[in-house]
Design a binder for this molecule. Sequence first.
Ligand SMILES: Nc1ncnc2c1ncn2[C@@H]1O[C@H](COP(=O)(O)OP(=O)(O)OP(=O)(O)O)[C@@H](O)[C@H]1O
Ligand SMILES: [Mg+2]
Length: 254
Amino acid sequence: MTVRPPLLEGRRVSKSFGGLAALTDVDLTVHTGDVVGIVGPNGSGKTTLFDCVTGMEEIDEGRVFFKGCDITHRRPSQVARMGLSRTFQGIRVYRKLTVMDNMLLSRQWGDRGWLSVLRPSHPRVTERANGLLDFVTLLPQRAELAGSLSWGQQRLLEIGMALMSDPDLLLLDEATSGVNPTLVDAISDRIVTLNQAHGKTIVLIEHNIDLVADLCDRVVVFDHGEKLAEGGVGAVFEDPVVIEAYFGGRGLDA
Ligand SMILES: Nc1ncnc2c1ncn2[C@@H]1O[C@H](COP(=O)(O)OP(=O)(O)OP(=O)(O)O)[C@@H](O)[C@H]1O
Ligand SMILES: [Mg+2]
């Protein structure tokens, strides 16, 4: 029997900024079909990990594999072309363009598959964009400026944009932070559907622990650039080391 490699694997990934060790010897394994949560205090290296695996930051030590290929030194466009897409903590949409134009200009789809040979105005591209806008509940807003959308809608738009490339793996960096509870539910529901109905593998950085508990099969806890714990949600959040480091000894219900 052949054992399939993990979809994404980081081996002993280290990254420093000047004298500051943002990541130290971090291992990460994500299998096809997983929904993995990454949690940890501010500045613990979560976003840096996304930057390193997507080629947006050059790593100092270690290796990153995607679909069994070493992608350690690949450019972001090359990584995206292989089927890895992401959203950004600080939302990167073109605020002065319409919602539809944002979809059509999504940087992450340009290189991948049949869409890449078609102009943004080609009916098959607009059809795909319309379908995804419908999926992220923004079809009625397609002609509005992205900057006029609520924060939560902009996060949904960014998810739609990330899906234009039809990625196998989607990395979501704080997809619900700053979002009102109704849209948190909408985003959460889309994540479940993406995973269960569309087969997408998802890694999400998230401060909302209840959401992590609801959505994730597995959780990885970061602290000071190191992996502090990893495992099933129940076990990890009951781990005294995690409670002390992440919740200051107060536990989940404090
Ligand atoms: N481009 C950069 N230049 C210098 N320092 C950086 C850079 N990116 C991140 N850092 C530093 O690396 C550390 C880890 O940052 P990172 O953004 O990965 O944390 P995080 O876990 O995502 O935090 P948060 O929950 O606040 O988003 C922090 O100390 C941060 O200031
Ligand atoms: Mg971050």
